[in-house]
Ligand binder design. Sequence first.
Ligand code: TPP
Ligand code: DXP
Ligand code: MG
Length: 628
Amino acid sequence: MVEIPGYTLLGRVNTPAELRRLPLSELPHLAVEMRRYLIETLGRIGGHFAANLGTVELSLALHYAFDTPRDRLVWDVGHQAYPHKMLTGRRARLETIRRLNGLMPFCHRGESEYDTFGVGHSSTSISAAAGMAAAARIKGEKRRAVAIIGDGGMTGGMAFEAMNHAGHIGLDMLVVYNDNDMSISENVGALRNHSARLVKKLGLGAPHGNRALQDDEEHNEAHLENPGALFETLGFSYHGPVDGHDLDALLAAFERLKDAKGPQLLHVLTVKGKGFDPAEADPIKYHGVTQFDPVTGAFPAKKPGGKPAYTQVFGDWLCQAADRDPKVVGITPAMREGSGLVEFSKRFPERYFDAGIAEQHAVTLAAGLACEGLKPVCAIYSTFLQRGYDQLIHDVAIQNLPVVFAIDRGGLVGADGATHHGAFDLSFLRCIPNMVVMAPSDENECRRMLATGLSLSQPSAVRYPRGNGLGVEMDEDPRPLTLGKGRILREAIGRRRPRVAILAFGAMVQPALEAADILDAVVADMRFVKPLDAELVLQLAQENDLLVTLEDNSRVGGAGSAVNELLAQHHQLVPVLNLGLPDHFIEHGTREELMAQIGLDGPGILRTIQKRLRSKDLDEPLAKRSQG
Ligand SMILES: Cc1ncc(C[n+]2csc(CCOP(=O)(O)OP(=O)(O)O)c2C)c(N)n1
Ligand SMILES: CC(=O)[C@@H](O)[C@H](O)COP(=O)(O)O
Ligand SMILES: [Mg+2]
């Protein structure tokens, strides 16, 4: 037992075993203390917030009713798993979550035996739990598999693929459908509308219910007679809905279902932000938070005159482009706020599509729009585009359709860690025929690249980082760039040898410039990863003794590899140093901490180049080259 000042129960419950020894009558009090602890801790450190206030009772009831860790709980996404972490030995470290060397942002198998599956991207939990249920069947083990998935997560195709399969093969498993009628923004979809109508009809009235109901009330009345018809069709027995904040109701349902045979689905209604008025009133604002006042919910005032975020630059550009061209359409797979589309969604509702957490659909939707002569701009986080990769190749690129991909969160994103870093996009984009791949070095470049993409009759991607631009002046009317042309930003001043040229991509141009002053290096802002500026690369290879490529993408197959391939094709022997993300997964921390850790901050870049310049092997090719 640990004494926690101000808390009577929390310190007594550090494991599910301890929780299960608590009399049922004490659980509501524990829920109150857990909620208060979440508010106080996250008010201090920030993190995913509102969803966690909604899963307090659910987490308590699951660990109380099931024999965890023997029984497998699989949380979808994991942004709502903080109460689960608190109940499984990690409460004291909650204040380190998402920080360097601190608790993992989501569930992670390496962190706890209670984290049965690594998550971060949504809609995977039912497949994973199905795998576990199938394994139990094969091994003849008696353990339960439970997937806990939100209504947002349920919009992802994988969730339905998994249910369709599990329902067919009759696995013994439970899906807890945690329906708070919210994704990060208002949830979307026909299933969502159905659920909201059901809540209304049953008079269950969760505060967010009916928020986005658009069509007439009678429309689906017949379906409401059998609210779980869809799930039943997929082979699941539907139960509920139950109030997800009523511990007695939850426990009764879990007791009833935990040994039930075949696929079961329990529909649970929760409130995102439960118990903290500002978060209940505005769950979008409190989905993920920075520090806030735990009493009022107020956030510190933003300092005026800051540099604009790339996300904002994109959002403003898209509104401007849509103003000028009625064919411009904006698409997001459930990331309206994070992708800078709030303003666009208000001003151009007819041309705005939130596809749900359905990246594959979003990409092919864009392809369909492009087939009909519209100009789709698909705003998508780098990490989530991974989900839509086949669609990108098969539906967009092979048909050479002019879809612009506005790829936010390229490079390291910071606190969300390995599942969310945009570490691979340059590698996986540049190998696709027909694609144009651009990476801006500042916000004006970003606007010009977006304008370039929109002017092309082929697919294109503009990939920019999480965070702010440099505060440069922006052209009101951004001119498209010449395709496949980079630019020299810094010439060498002296004639010191060995002569170094840094070929930098996107956000790495700035640190390149910082390192270049001391080295007196040439710096090229390459602008295009594809088509690469071959003329510029070959010229720099001729004029310099060492080329350094610099990108915040995996070194494997990235922009540096493109340079290497070009040099090899042209039999250029110039020594090359490829700097970029290493070939291992990088965890969480601030972007600055992580970049320093892997030697990609200004001083780190300088150190590595200087070390390379000192190495003997540089002299040999140099000597050969000068003989040649
Ligand atoms: C594949 C994928 N796309 C987008 C996201 C970003 N994302 C994280 S949580 C979330 C909303 C999830 O909604 P829901 O499952 O209902 O959980 P809630 O926050 O409402 O509890 C989204 C879109 C993600 N994690 N994974
Ligand atoms: C859990 C999840 O996937 C999102 O909530 C993500 O954390 C948002 O990231 P940004 O803060 O970069 O928008
Ligand atoms: Mg939800």
